[in-house]
Design a protein around this ligand. Structure first.
Ligand code: 1JT
Length: 254
């Protein structure tokens, strides 16, 4: 499905990361993978997680530093000369901005979550464009229902995911003439490092299992397979789209 494709994956923190499973599914489907890590402290983690992949490129990139994004794409230009896929799977908000009253969100917390979780897609897409425009390409990002509708406690991340989703759609319109597609994957709740420590997360999994059309939760692998589809030539007619990998939960009104 992805034979010969060169795909850059951001957001691998550990073996449970959605980004890691997307990378693994893409590698199994024939893609060559590059993975970014945020800083030296997380480098060994990335090495450990990705050691089962042969021929993986491991590159540093803290998306809040423009110079690092520039260096990342300079390296990809040199090593690959071309890029077919980009996976954005990065988010951050302060813990206190993921609970309680949204109106208490600080200016700094609002700005930080939007910078890391939403603006990073814009700058990554901007730098990926020159590497994608000869052959076209596919960019995907990870969102959550809380970016479309109010989900209690998702708070600041919901606003940042909303900015991320709309950024993806404006990018889809911008980059479409170069046959670069931009789509959104919106998974249901999954136990990852991001979810760890979120009070009441287990309860969210139970609600989805009880009320979603498929009456169950979803796995990282299912997100990986939907992502591989969007990164592949099986989806060349699709851009600006949101695919919910959520056991159908988003269709329910009550
Ligand atoms: C971040 C965190 C992004 C947790 C995230 C996230 N996207 C989904 N989750 C899990 C989650 C969290 C809450 C929630 C629903 C899902 C942690 C900090 C980094 C960014 O509330 C309904 C709070």
């Amino acid at each position: 499905m992805l034979d010969g494709k060169r795909i850059l994956v951001t957001g691998v923190a550990n073996h449970r990361s959605i980004a890691w499973v997307v990378a693994k599914v893409c590698a199994e489907a024939g893609a060559q993978i590059a993975i970014t890590y945020q800083n030296e402290r997380l480098k060994s983690n990335a090495e450990k997680v990705t050691k089962e992949l042969e021929d993986v490129l491991l590159l540093p990139c803290d998306v809040t530093q423009e110079s690092e994004t520039e260096a990342l794409f300079a390296t990809l230009q040199e090593k690959w000369g071309q890029l077919d896929g980009l996976v954005h799977s990065i988010a951050f908000a302060d813990r206190e901005d993921l609970k309680g009253a949204f109106h208490e969100t600080s200016r700094a917390g609002y700005s930080l979550a939007n910078d890391i979780s939403a603006y990073s897609l814009v700058t990554l897409a901007h730098h990926a464009k020159p590497l994608m425009e000869t052959n076209g390409g596919s960019i995907i990002c990870m969102s959550y229902l809380g970016g479309e509708r109010v989900v209690p406690n998702y708070n600041m991340m919901g606003v940042a995911k909303s900015a991320l989703e709309m950024s993806a759609k404006y990018l889809a319109a911008d980059l479409g003439p170069d046959q670069i597609r931009v789509n959104i994957v919106s998974p249901g709740p999954i136990k990852t490092l991001a979810a760890a420590g979120v009070a009441g997360f287990g309860g969210m999994l139970d609600v989805v299992a009880q009320r979603s059309p498929l009456r169950r939760n979803i796995s990282q692998e299912e997100v990986g397979k939907a992502s591989a589809f969007l990164l592949s030539d099986w989806s060349t007619g699709i851009t600006g789209e949101t695919i919910h990998v959520d056991a159908g939960y988003h269709v329910m009104g009550m």
